[in-house]
Write a protein that binds this ligand. Structure first.
Ligand SMILES: Cc1ncc(COP(=O)(O)O)c(C=O)c1O
Length: 466
């Protein structure tokens, strides 16, 4: 059976692992796997850091993925609308990506950056081909956290300054630098020892301390705080402003129109560079553009990417203007950064994205998804706000619309109810009160309809609970 084959309903399903339709009950065949599942849970509990907290009261043990579908070890199939946190950008195990990775694994696995490989150079060139304007030179790493750290270091080398302004609610990864830049207490439980990081107001219109204002005016107020922070909490000589175009972990927070233009102008006026984090919003996800920041007509000096860049393989990338990239003093190396296998995955992913025109697809499927979410918000008083661009959408849950009190209890209930319906979605927000949606950008119209139907039934369950 063709793994990508659509069923009669137009919705694709995963084939049985052993092809028997579940009749044999063999170890590769659904439904079985309860013993294996128990073993995985027990191994996890005994041997894995308990700070890694999986979703769900009964965690899913994932076993197979294809396109927008994920199957657990018990043979239950799910529509995956979170895509490994917006990462399997062209779907699980896209056949072209799998094939090209397989080919590279058999040819050459690892060299470090002491020797050049064709995959590495090609990947950097492809990235420069789609990145905004003057961004041409890339440093590859293994994760978003490292890519962020590389961007901050590059800004410091270039400007000869240390201080960095980040935005409240933002998430920038783990490790000391990532945690110091992050502005959500639960993701930075210890003091990090990193100095020189300050946080300006996060441009969060739904919870604006300025009340309800026209978007441009709101943008002006938030940007004014950035200038105030530079003038009151730094030496007045910042190296950089770091910002996500849409704050993902924070719950898909979309800044008001005009914010980024003003923020770019302010940081540059004070001699700093603009670092834009496209880890979640990059590669067509926001629709019509390759990168989220392009919606605002602003060109960053440095841009950071990871997650969807290689549809699930570990790649982080920091791209900068050449003069910034070349200002790095001293040596630097990442043993696995630019690894030939990861680069093969990235090159294949980018080829698929370009061929399939994912920015256009995300715009169309995103509009369909958004219309469905808006319809649910009309029906349920506890959906306070729907926001996002393209296939990066969030739905903030509240106790009631008047108080806007965040409702993490409803969000958790909806997450579980969705799972019961066979739909995987994400959680976000400072208090875990935002539902997040970010499926593969190759998702079909039928799959979006099906996800909305499942989400609708899950909402009924939450409504009944009160
Ligand atoms: C916006 C953003 N930046 C950076 C990171 C860190 O990436 P990683 O987890 O690959 O280190 C993340 C991870 O979620 C992120 O969402």
């Amino acid at each position: 059976m063709d793994m990508t084959q659509a069923s009669e309903s137009g919705i694709g399903t995963l084939p049985d692992a052993c092809g028997c339709g579940g009749a044999s009950g063999g170890s590769n065949c659904a439904p079985s796997g309860e013993g294996e599942r128990e073993q995985v849970l027990s191994d996890h509990e005994k041997y894995v850091f308990s700070s890694i907290r999986p979703y769900y009261e009964e965690p899913i043990v994932a076993d197979e993925g294809q396109g927008v579908y994920l199957r657990d070890i018990n043979g239950r199939e799910y529509l995956d609308f979170f895509a490994g946190i917006l990462t399997t950008s062209v779907g699980h195990s896209h056949p072209e990506v799998v094939e090209r990775v397989r080919e590279q694994v058999g040819r050459l696995g690892h060299t470090s950056t002491l020797y050049l490989t064709e995959q590495h150079g090609t990947a950097a060139k492809k990235l420069a081909g789609i990145a905004p304007g003057g961004l041409t030179k890339t440093f590859f790493t293994n994760s978003g956290s490292e890519a962020i750290e590389t961007a901050i270091m590059a800004a410091r080398h270039y400007t000869g300054r240390d201080e960095v302004v980040a935005l409240r609610y933002g998430y920038s990864g783990r490790g000391a630098m990532g945690a110091a830049l992050t502005a959500q207490a639960s993701w930075r439980p210890l003091t990090t020892g990193v100095t020189g990081v300050v946080h300006a107001m996060g441009p969060y219109p739904y919870r604006s301390p300025f009340g309800e204002l026209p978007e441009e005016e709101l943008a002006e107020r938030f940007a004014a705080d950035l200038e105030e922070v530079i003038l009151t909490t730094t030496s007045g000589r910042p190296a950089a402003l770091l910002a996500e175009t849409i704050q993902g972990v924070a719950g898909c927070i979309l800044p008001p129109r005009g914010y980024f233009q003003r923020a770019a102008e302010i940081i540059r006026r004070y001699g700093g560079v603009l670092i834009i984090d496209e880890v979640q919003s990059g590669f067509g996800r926001t629709g019509n553009h390759w990168f989220g920041i392009e919606h605002w007509g602003v060109e960053p000096d440095i841009m950071v990417m990871a997650k969807g860049i290689a549809s699930g393989y570990p790649v982080g990338a920091t791209i900068a203007r050449a003069e910034i990239a070349d200002a790095w003093r001293g040596k630097t190396i990442s043993t696995f950064g630019g690894n030939a296998i990861s680069m093969a995955a990235m090159n294949a992913t980018l080829d698929v994205m370009i061929r399939e025109d994912v920015p256009a697809r995300s715009a169309v499927r995103g509009a369909q998804l958004r219309a469905g979410l808006d319809r649910l918000a009309e029906r349920y008083h506890w959906i306070g706000n729907v926001r996002g661009l393209g296939l990066m959408q969030g739905m903030e849950l509240v106790e009631d619309r008047a108080s806007k009190e965040p409702s993490p209890r409803r969000a958790t209930a909806l997450l579980e109810a969705c799972r019961e319906e066979g739909l995987l979605v994400g959680l976000g927000g400072l208090r875990g009160q935002v539902m997040r949606f970010g499926p593969s950008m190759l998702v079909t119209r039928e799959e979006v309809d099906e996800a909305l139907a499942r989400l609708g039934r899950a909402c009924e369950v939450v409504e009944a609970k009160g």
